[in-house]
Design a protein around this ligand. Structure first.
Ligand SMILES: [Cu+2]
Length: 252
């Protein structure tokens, strides 16, 4: 049987997600091998060292080096998984960002208990942010006097991205630690007050995916599952952006 089906992996909708799934499958194969190996060892030990065959205890024990070789082989496989797979995946996630000019760039500010989302609007530039402007309405602290603020697009609990294009999301928080998690995209990043942490991904499958908060952030924590990330066709995305254009962020 296909191990992916056996593991019950959720639908996959991002490019790098294939690497995440592959690593999970490799680790499970190793765990299956270890599980079966230990069971065989246990059965052998019970049989070979049974009392009727060994009425007197042996004080020298086993002299064969087989177990050492097996331990060495397991360590080698673990090193391959760590150095050959996990570290390169992490390096890509943390360092190999697409160019902002070629990506859809979004800012997300989590708060108790919803996701605030900001698009730069038609001018492609975000308005100036200043902590002194942050209020109940102005979640991103956008400077109302900055002309680049005017066309910025604000949404709550709703993110739209075009399929098969790189996306960069800068994640921060207004209050406590939250965590931005979209399982089908295989992305998760803590939202930390005072920090803006970027993540990147390429969605590969259109659809509407649930956003979860993966840090227990307060009474209404579960309500943050109301967040939706829509992966649209390029046409649908353009249509949506146009429907929002004209700016939804005037704070005057
Ligand atoms: Cu939260």
């Amino acid at each position: 049987m296909n191990i992916k089906i056996l593991l019950g992996l959720p639908v996959l909708a991002s490019k790098h997600g294939q690497d995440v799934d592959n690593l999970m499958v490799f680790i499970h194969w190793l765990m299956i091998a270890l599980f079966v190996g230990w069971l065989i060892y246990f059965a052998c030990a019970l049989f070979r060292f049974r009392q009727s065959r060994n009425p007197r205890a042996s004080y020298t024990g086993v002299r064969s080096h087989t177990s050492t070789y097996i331990e060495g082989a397991v360590a080698v496989v673990e090193c391959v998984l760590l150095i050959g797979f996990a570290l390169p995946f992490w390096a890509t996630a943390a360092d190999k960002f697409p160019k902002e000019s070629e990506a859809t760039v979004i800012r997300v500010a989590a708060q108790q208990f919803n996701w605030n989302v900001l698009y730069p609007g038609p001018d492609g530039a975000f308005g100036r942010q200043d902590i002194n402007f942050v209020s109940a309405q102005n979640h991103f602290g956008l400077d109302p006097g900055d002309p680049q603020t005017k066309d910025d697009i604000y949404t709550s609990n709703e993110i739209h991205v075009p399929v098969n294009k790189p996306i960069i999301v800068h994640i921060s928080s207004k209050d406590v630690i939250h965590s931005f998690k979209v399982i089908p995209l295989r992305i998760m990043q803590d939202a930390i007050p005072g920090m803006s942490i970027p993540i990147h991904f390429v969605p590969t499958k259109t659809g509407v995916y649930q956003i979860n908060c993966a840090q227990l952030c307060g009474n209404g924590h579960a309500a943050m599952a109301a967040g939706r990330l829509h992966v649209d066709t390029p046409e649908d995305f353009e249509k949506w952006i146009k429907s929002k254009s004209g700016g939804t962020t005037s704070y005057e």
